[in-house]
Write a protein that binds this ligand. Structure first.
Ligand code: SF4
Length: 475
C-alpha cells in the first residue's frame, strides 16, 4: 500500500500488541514507540522495536476510533490548539468539519450497541454534548447514558403546549436519575405575536411549520449553538419516509454548533438501528420510568394539540400532525432528513450520458402514460379497480418501496385489481399535483371500479401487508 504520511510523530510508548488489536491500551508498557498516520481518513499505526526510534515497521490498521481522535489531538497540539485527551471527558479533538472522519466513525459504530455509541459520544465530547429528551421512549437515551457511568447533560424543549402527563414525567425523570433537565422556552414576544394574530390553533389551518419554528426550532437552535454535539432518539422505524436513512453519527445538516457554521455540530443517533420493540424491551427490563401517555395509546409524543393516540397496527407517526401529508412530518428539528425532491437531480450523469434506472419494472405493473392516466382519472366507472403509484425514479422513498410494490403486483396477478405506475415528475408533475393529489413521492392512489374519485393511500407504511390491506379494504 502506498501510504502518504500526513504526520509522522512519535506520540507515546504504549502496548503495541493492544494497538494491533485495535484496543486502547489501559496501561503503559514500554515496548517501543509508535506513530499515527492518516491515509484517506483511516488511522494507521507504525511501530518500532523496543529501544529504537526512526526504524518503522509495516503500518497496521489502528481499528479503534481512539487513534483517529488521537491523530487530531496530536496535530492540534502541534498547531498550538492543545486539548485534553478524549478519555478525560473533555471536548472532542476530532476535526468536526471532517466529513470523512464522521462517515468512517459512523460506519464503524453502525453495528455497535446504543450503550457503546453513547459511551463513545460522551467520552469524546464531555460537557459539550447533550441529550435531546422529548419526554417519550427516548428516556432510553438517559438510561444508557447513566449506564456508561459518565456525566451527561439533558435538555428538553418546553413548547408551552405539552401534555400535563409529559411535564409530570419530566419531573419524575429528574428525580429518578438525580439530574436537572435544561429546559428551553420559546421567545415570549414571538409566541404572543403569533397567537394574537392567528389564534391558538393556526397550525390546523396553515400547517405546523410556523408554530413549530417559534416554539421548537428557534429555542433548539439557541441551545445547540452552545454545544459541539447532540444526541437524539431518532430511529429508522419511526418514519419510513423521513428517518429511514438516519446514520448513527452525522454532521448536522441543519444546525450549527458553538464553533459556528453548518458542519460545526455532530449529531449522534444511537438508537438509529434499534426497533421500537427492542427499545420497549429495554425500558421494561431496566425498569425505566415511562410517560403515562403511552398506556393511553400514545406512541410518539409531542405537543398536546398535535399528537393523538394511534390504533393497533397504525404507524406511530400517524399520531403526529395527522391532518398533513404523511411524508413531510418533520417539525424542523430533523429537517435535514428530508430530501428536497425538487433539488435532486433527475439522473445520474456519467460523462455526457444520462443514466437512469427505472423503478417498479415487474411485468405485472402497467406503466401509464399521461394520456392513459388522464383517461383513467376521468372515468366515472371502470372495468376493474386498480392501484397506481405516482413516482420518480430518483426518489429514495420510491426506491425503498420497490420490492414491496413488485410483490404486491405478483400477489394481485390474475385478480380483479390491476397494478400500475405513473412517472409523475418532470413535465407530468404539474398535472399530477393539480389532478392526482400529488404532494410528495411516492403517492399511491386507488382507482375504484364503481366510483370516480381516486382514493389516496394515507399511510407511511409501504410494506406488502399494509398495501394489500388497503387494496382489499376498498376493492
Ligand atoms: Fe406548535 Fe404543534 Fe409544533 Fe407544538 S407540535 S410547536 S403546538 S405546531
Amino acid at each position: 500500500m502506498a501510504m502518504r504520511l500526513i504526520t509522522s510523530h512519535i506520540v507515546d510508548s504504549r502496548n503495541c500488541e493492544s494497538l494491533k488489536n485495535g484496543v486502547i491500551p489501559s496501561e503503559k508498557k514500554y515496548y517501543g514507540h509508535f506513530s499515527i498516520a492518516m491515509y484517506r481518513g483511516t488511522a494507521y499505526g507504525l511501530s518500532s522495536a523496543p529501544g529504537t526510534s526512526g526504524s518503522w515497521g509495516k503500518p497496521f490498521l489502528a481499528k479503534n476510533n481512539y487513534w483517529q481522535s488521537e491523530f487530531y489531538r496530536q496535530r492540534n497540539a502541534r498547531n498550538g490548539q492543545a486539548k485534553a485527551a478524549p478519555s478525560d471527558g473533555a471536548a472532542s479533538p476530532l476535526k468536526l468539519q471532517d466529513k470523512v472522519s464522521i462517515q468512517k466513525l459512523s460506519e464503524e459504530l453502525s453495528v455497535a450497541s446504543p450503550l457503546e455509541i453513547l459511551n463513545h459520544a460522551l467520552s469524546m465530547f464531555g460537557k459539550d454534548i447533550a441529550i435531546a429528551f422529548s419526554g417519550a421512549e427516548d428516556v432510553a437515551l438517559i438510561e444508557y447514558a447513566q449506564l456508561t457511568g459518565r456525566p451527561f447533560r439533558v435538555f428538553s424543549l418546553d413548547t408551552g403546549r405539552l401534555n400535563p402527563e409529559t411535564y409530570r414525567f419530566f419531573a419524575e425523570v429528574e428525580k429518578h436519575y438525580d439530574i436537572q433537565i435544561e429546559y428551553t422556552f420559546p421567545d415570549a414576544s414571538e409566541v404572543e405575536a403569533l397567537v394574537r394574530q392567528k389564534g391558538l390553533f393556526s397550525f390546523y389551518e396553515d400547517g405546523h411549520q410556523e408554530c413549530c419554528s417559534i416554539r421548537k426550532v428557534r429555542p433548539l437552535k439557541k441551545m445547540l449553538k452552545g454545544l459541539k454535539a447532540w444526541i437524539t432518539g431518532q430511529r429508522h422505524d419511526q418514519s419510513p419516509g423521513t428517518r429511514a436513512n438516519v446514520p448513527v453519527i452525522q454532521l448536522d445538516p441543519s444546525f450549527e454548533g458553538i464553533e459556528g457554521g453548518i458542519g460545526s455540530l455532530v449529531k449522534w443517533n444511537p438508537l438509529a438501528n434499534v426497533s421500537g420493540a427492542d427499545i420497549w424491551n429495554f425500558l421494561r427490563t431496566m425498569d425505566v420510568p415511562v410517560n403515562t401517555l403511552h398506556s393511553q395509546g400514545y406512541v410518539s409524543i409531542g405537543c398536546e394539540p398535535c399528537t393523538r393516540p394511534v390504533l393497533p397496527g397504525q404507524h406511530e407517526r400517524e399520531g403526529r400532525w395527522w391532518w398533513e401529508d404523511a411524508t413531510a412530518k418533520e417539525c424542523g428539528l430533523h429537517k435535514g432528513n428530508l430530501t428536497n425532491i425538487d433539488s435532486v437531480s433527475t439522473s445520474n450523469v456519467v460523462g455526457d450520458q444520462a443514466e437512469e434506472v427505472d423503478l417498479f419494472t415487474n411485468k405485472n405493473i402497467n406503466a401509464f402514460s399521461q394520456a392513459d392516466i388522464e383517461k383513467l382519472n376521468a372515468l366515472d366507472k371502470r372495468d376493474k379497480s386498480g392501484i397506481v403509484v405516482l413516482y420518480a425514479p430518483w426518489c429514495p422513498f420510491c426506491q425503498a418501496m420497490g420490492s414491496a410494490y413488485n410483490e404486491v403486483a405478483d400477489q394481485l396477478e390474475g385478480s380483479d385489481v390491476f397494478v400500475g405506475k405513473f412517472r409523475a415528475d418532470g413535465d407530468n408533475k404539474v398535472y399530477s399535483q393539480s389532478e392526482l393529489q400529488l404532494k410528495s413521492f411516492p403517492t399511491i392512489l386507488f382507482f375504484p371500479k364503481s366510483t370516480k374519485k381516486a382514493i389516496k393511500y394515507p399511510s407511511e407504511r409501504r410494506d406488502v401487508g399494509s398495501l394489500l390491506a388497503f387494496v382489499r379494504a376498498l376493492k
